[in-house]
Write a protein that binds this ligand. Structure first.
Ligand code: OX2
Length: 838
């Protein structure tokens, strides 16, 4: 906000060194920042010092764009999208900012003076791991597209001091290490302590009559926490728009309790400070399901309250009242994690700004929209009333009132259907009482969407069936997408060059233009160079694997990759069953002709998820045995790469030949890794699940390796009483494979180690691996055969890339803008003394 006391009228003079985009100016700026920000002489500077100096050099070039953007938004009083998300898995900023500014080459030259390569400095950046997986990464792709499409937007979230843990592998087991991403400072963020807000917790409520005789509620909290915003500019691709990602850090209002301090209780005096700071201390490392811990609810309420108060402050700066709030703000709830926002906006409007209920409810309902990301029943968030009421007593009252009014209306529609009423209620009263966050989100939102066509259909039919029946007009599908700027241009420069050479560079902003590549599938020279590029990228990855885990892999083998969170529904262990099947065949028939493969895995398990951790151990155990078996002769290699994250994703997607998307049908809401692989020329082996279905539709059935049960078949089998033992007893090879794992063959004779996993498959198999086993094995044989014909494989790979236009996050964001948010692009004009983007 411009301060009313501010009297500066003179424009900023041309600050060439902080804005110029040519090599010479950047070189000067780099040295300047090294000296005056890092405080280092060039000859004593470490790699990290140079990285920091470069990061500040680039940030300087973002600032004018960012400030101009914010000023334009204020002046034009625009409608703004607020994306509320407990996770933003943005990944490293430096390379993307260079690409979006269009100064990669200039900076490359400028940096070479230091004797280092730009790529080394880029590698120096500690990635902000403020998310678990797909949900957090989607939020980051959406911020990129919002800026690129010049849409006014703010991403609101939590500035976790410790993000997702670093993963190490010790003796084949996952070990979690604290992620100290802030330890050397974060040059991309700017703290705004002056925009701090307060958030209440605990205590009780009381009613009172105000001076006008109105009946009101007051919340007397137990404690109050301060939220401090940290802003990171998010620049769009080759536009001037730089939106804000505003993450909240929790702090104590008064760091010392002087009453206690004076009584000599020094440690007691800082208690409050410790508790307050804990709220934004650490990301909960569970992907889905979420963990029902009180601190998690504190985190959710904390960032949602901070964000809504922030919007209200900005709104009242430009508008006389909050009557028009819903016209100026569209707030997207990224899953139910921020859905307490529905009740919080009601509280702010009623208790603080003295709206009556109906008007407040109208504004609230027209402000929010809700995206659901999962069908897994255990991931549907609900909070015990005991916890919720104690921590947020005023919000509990408001939720009861919302529910009361909602159910009154429902009773008119379903007069004698108590079952319906209890199924729709925001409060689950079937046993211990809970607040159902998805119900709160559905009732309080103007729009509800799933993240892939199948997922949205299943929401309507199953998880949110009752709400769909009530308000069908609120429901729509928004298939996920990913940003080609990070997932092709930044991570795969060689492919980018090859594509651009043929079809120009328009595809980077209009991904459907990749269709133009179809004209080159029959061009033998193009296919040759395509293969050479893939080979070189695979050779790079092979070097990296050797450096990281000391395993030598051959880049001419088929790189078969599965990288994603480790979860039973994603079925990494089905992939292992295939590997063990091939191994078993080779043991029985050493001369068997198979396509040599390198299996690459990566992914983190939730620290408390035993089975997922056992799957990691199994992968590593199988890897070790195969690697030490001379009869295999390098025809099979298995590599588990520790610490899968955005940075490693950027390395591995471009190097893959085969993308494993093998979840049980009906379980993966969308998947987004599936899109990143295919965009980089990998073929997919997958089930009819999530966005796989749409990928197959786009690339054509003949360019996709399909296997497994459909969702309907999965449901039907479950209903008929699925018995995995039938498969175990009737499929000899499957039985041999499971028995081999169970026998202790891969665990140095310890037959108890993998027993829980094997028994779970034989006697329960909730994700139906055994039902899909044979179909998967057969399909993989087809993959092996197809890979042998390299010319044919290249054609398929090129077609995959050419037909991935739909899966740009630009397409997803356009749909959200038109169909849910109703927002328009706003052009940002830079002052003429700022050098325009290259
Ligand atoms: C994930 C889903 O599991 C994944 O299928 C989807 O692609 C991604 O969200 C983005 O929509 N937590 N993570 C997810 O859902 C939840 C809940």
């Amino acid at each position: 906000d411009p301060s009313p006391e501010s009297t500066f009228v003179c424009p900023i003079i041309i600050e060439d060194d902080r804005t110029g985009l040519d090599t010479e100016t950047i070189r000067r700026a780099l040295r300047d920042n090294l000296l005056y920000i890092q405080g280092k002489l060039p000859e004593l500077a470490s790699k990290n010092d140079l990285y920091m100096a470069l990061a500040y050099t680039i940030r300087d070039r973002l600032l004018q764009r960012w400030l101009t953007t914010q000023q334009t938004y204020l002046k034009k009083d625009v409608r703004t999208v607020c994306y509320l998300s407990a996770e933003f898995l943005v990944g490293p900023h430096l390379a993307n900012n260079l690409i979006n500014l269009g100064i990669y080459e200039q900076v490359q030259k400028a940096v070479s003076e230091s004797g280092l390569k730009l790529e080394e400095l880029i590698a120096q950046e500690e990635e902000p791991g403020l998310g678990n997986g797909g949900l957090g990464r989607l939020a980051a792709c959406y911020l990129d597209s919002l800026s690129t499409l010049e849409i006014p937007a703010i991403g609101y979230g939590i500035r976790y001091e410790f993000g997702i843990f670093d993963q190490e592998i010790h003796d084949g087991w996952q070990v979690e290490i604290t992620d100290k991403w802030l330890q050397y400072g974060n040059p991309w963020e700017i703290a705004r302590p002056e925009a701090g807000v307060e958030v209440k917790f605990g205590g009780y409520t009381e009613s009172y009559t105000d001076e006008n005789g109105n009946y009101r509620s007051r919340w007397i909290p137990d404690y109050v926490v301060k939220g401090i915003p940290y802003d990171t500019p998010i620049l769009g691709y080759r536009v001037n728009t730089a939106n804000t990602m505003r993450l909240w850090k929790s702090e104590a209002c008064e760091s010392f309790d002087f009453g206690r301090f004076n009584r000599g209780d020094y440690y007691g005096a800082v208690d409050n400070k410790v508790h307050s700071e804990n709220i934004s201390k650490v990301l909960y490392p569970n992907d889905e399901p979420i963990q029902g811990k009180e601190l998690r609810l504190e985190q959710q309420y904390f960032f949602v309250s901070c964000s809504l108060q922030d919007m209200i402050r900005i709104h009242l700066h430009e508008n006389p009242s909050l009557n028009s709030f819903h016209q100026k703000w569209s707030v997207q709830l990224n899953d139910t994690h921020p859905s307490v926002g529905v009740a919080e906006l009601m509280r702010l409007l009623i208790d603080v700004h003295h709206f009556d209920w109906d008007k407040a409810w109208f504004i609230t309902q027209n402000t929010f929209a809700y995206t659901n990301h999962t069908l897994l029943p255990e991931a549907l968030e609900k909070w015990p009333l005991s916890i919720f009421g104690r921590l947020l007593p005023r919000l509990m009252e408001i939720i009861y009132e919302i529910n009361h009014r909602f159910l009154d209306k429902i009773r008119i529609i379903y007069p004698h259907d108590d079952g319906k009423i209890s199924r729709l209620s925001i409060i689950d009263e079937s046993g211990e009482k809970y607040v159902r966050m998805a119900h709160l989100a559905c009732v309080g939102s103007q729009a509800i969407n799933g993240v892939a066509a199948l997922h949205t259909e299943l929401l309507k039919k199953d998880v949110l069936r009752n709400f769909y029946e009530l308000f069908p007009e609120k429901f729509s599908n928004k298939t996920n997408g990913v940003t080609p700027r990070r997932w092709i241009v930044s991570s795969n420069p060689r492919l980018t060059f090859a594509i651009t050479e043929k079809i120009g560079e328009n595809w980077i902003k209009h991904l459907e233009d990749l269709r133009g590549l179809e004209n080159y599938v029959d061009d033998g020279e193009f296919r040759d160079s395509w293969r050479r590029i893939k080979y070189d990228i695979k050779a790079d990855l092979a070097n990296y694997i050797d450096k990281k885990v000391g395993i030598k892999v051959d880049p001419s083998t088929l790189f078969d990759v599965q990288v994603k969170r480790i979860h039973e529904y994603k079925r990494q262990h089905l992939n292992v069953l295939h590997i063990v099947t091939l191994y078993h065949r080779l043991k029985n028939n050493p001369n068997l002709d198979i396509t040599p493969r390198t299996f690459i895995f990566g992914g983190k398990a939730a620290p408390g998820y035993f089975m997922a951790k056992l799957i990691i151990k199994l992968i590593n155990s199988v890897a070790e045995v195969i690697d030490n078996d001379p009869t295999i002769g390098g025809r099979l290699k298995v590599v588990f790469l520790p610490d899968y994250n955005v940075t490693f994703g950027q390395r591995v997607y471009p190097a893959a030949d085969l993308s494993e998307q093998i979840s049980t049908a009906g379980k993966e809401a969308s998947g987004t890794g599936n899109m990143k692989f295919s965009m980089n020329g990998a073929l997919t082996i997958g089930t009819l699940d999530g966005a796989n279905i749409e990928i197959r539709e786009e690339v054509g059935a003949e360019n996709f390796f399909l296997f497994g049960l459909t969702t309907e078949e999965v449901y039907a089998k479950k209903a008929a009483g699925y018995n995995p033992q039938e498969y175990y007893y009737h499929n000899e090879e499957l039985r041999a494979v499971l028995d081999l794992i169970g026998s202790g063959f891969f665990s140095r004779g310890d037959s108890s180690l993998f027993r829980p996993l094997v028994d779970n498959l034989i006697y329960d198999d909730p994700y139906m691996l055994l039902a899909d086993y044979q179909s998967y094995i057969d399909c993989q044989e087809g993959v092996g055969r197809a890979y042998k014909d390299q010319e044919h494989w290249s054609r398929l790979a090129i077609l995959n890339v050419a037909r991935m236009g739909k899966f740009s996050s630009d397409r997803s964001i356009r749909q959200y803008c038109e169909e849910i948010w109703r927002v328009q692009p706003v052009k940002i004009e830079l002052p003429d003394y700022i050098q325009a983007n290259a």
